[in-house]
Write a protein of this length. Structure first.
Length: 140
């Protein structure tokens, strides 16, 4: 595993894949590009799982992944479990190679078209909760 820098944002190289994390106001965005295969899926899964933070929605951006092996899907199951344990929502941005593999599965992951759309979804959820706060104070 090597770490490279681009624009001050460190990237982790994992045997054909590059992982980059960016903490935004609405969510933590983790972008993976390259190939997710049997050689790097365990390392990528470990890296992604440790980035899940309590009370911070999570976006996994796989739009630039060029290949996802059948075993690579285990990354998504591990992330789903980790987010469930932390009590956070998550969204998956998937490109065509990832979608092709996911269409063969019966399981549904929270897929969205883009990172901005995922952030918009999380913003709407925050606004909805804020609208409920005055109602909670009136009944308490």
């Amino acid at each position: 595993m090597t770490i490279a820098f681009r624009y001050g944002n460190p990237a982790v190289q994992c045997d054909g894949a590059e992982l980059r994390a960016q903490c935004r106001h609405l969510a933590l965005v983790v972008t993976v590009s390259g190939v997710i295969d049997d050689d790097n899926v365990d390392r990528l899964t470990e890296q992604v799982r440790r980035l899940v933070l309590a009370e911070k929605p999570f976006v996994l951006d796989l739009a630039d992944v060029t290949f996802l092996s059948a075993r690579g899907v285990s990354l998504l199951y591990a992330l789903d479990d980790e987010c469930d344990m932390a009590g956070v929502e998550w969204a998956l941005v998937a490109g065509t190679p990832v979608l092709d593999v996911l269409h063969m599965l019966d399981d549904a992951f929270p897929i969205t078209v883009s990172v901005p759309e995922a952030l918009h979804h999380f913003a709407e959820g925050t606004l909805a909760r804020r609208r409920l706060l005055p109602l909670l104070h009136k009944t308490a």
